[in-house]
Design a protein around this ligand. Structure first.
Ligand SMILES: [Zn+2]
Length: 231
């Protein structure tokens, strides 16, 4: 009885994690900056909250739309490749068997064994074997536009909800400071988590995310202050 390979490789979750972290990071930075900018322009707390909710909805929809469009075009390319492969398999099976055997030889099998493997896989599921080993499209990594869109919209909503919650519970006169400080804290935690699960340097991950987040919030606070004085 062979030991089931239970070890979970990072690559399996990296796709989802990357999209989720980027979405949440975007949610925190864009919504916190929006809230701080509007608050710096001397808007009331309720006006700030309305702007924050509008920013959350608009951001989530644009993330979903962007992800859906980009993953759909990836899916279209994959489907077109698979359709071309199906035609090639139907028109020239012998050459396709050679091609598959060649792939296995390049991966280290000796020619005879590669031939045998290629023939058996072609007999079992020719299109599946070529899709996986020639085109590099695997079941795990194949494009799922709707799932990707929903995942990144949800990640954005979770991210945006954090500064929005801070703005809601904060005393009105300290709103800019409270949202700024808590959002930076959320970014530090997110940056560290992303770096840790991605196997990268945690300090560098934290510095990178919090630097850009702080810069975005500082710039919008400045713009908001300018508008506050002008209006
Ligand atoms: Zn092929």
């Amino acid at each position: 009885m062979s030991r089931i390979h239970t070890e979970r490789h990072r690559t399996q979750s990296i796709g989802w994690l990357r999209a989720a972290v980027l979405g949440a990071n975007d949610g925190i930075v864009s919504t916190a900056s929006l809230i701080i900018g509007v608050a710096a322009a001397n808007a009331t707390q309720s006006a700030v909250l309305v702007a924050g909710v509008a920013g959350l909805v608009a951001g989530a929809m644009s993330m979903a739309a962007g992800e859906y469009v980009s993953v759909s075009s990836q899916s279209d390319t994959e489907q077109a490749d698979i359709a071309r492969e199906r035609v090639e398999l139907a028109t020239d099976g012998a050459r396709e068997t050679e091609e598959l055997a060649g792939i296995y030889v390049r991966r280290g099998l000796d020619a005879e064994l590669a031939q045998q493997v290629a023939r058996q896989l072609m007999a079992k599921d020719a299109l599946g074997a070529h899709t996986r080993d020639e085109l590099g499209i695997s079941e795990v990594a194949s494009a799922r536009p709707l799932q990707a869109a929903i995942a990144s919209a949800l990640a954005f909503i979770v991210g945006a909800g954090l500064p929005l919650f801070s703005a809601w519970v904060s005393p009105e006169q300290y709103l800019v400071q409270v949202v700024g400080a808590t959002s930076l804290l959320f970014l530090v935690v997110l940056g560290g988590l992303a770096a840790y699960t991605g196997g990268a340097g945690i300090i560098r991950g934290i510095m990178r995310v919090s630097f850009w987040g702080a810069l975005a919030m500082a710039i919008t606070a400045g713009v908001g202050k300018l508008f506050g004085v002008a209006v």
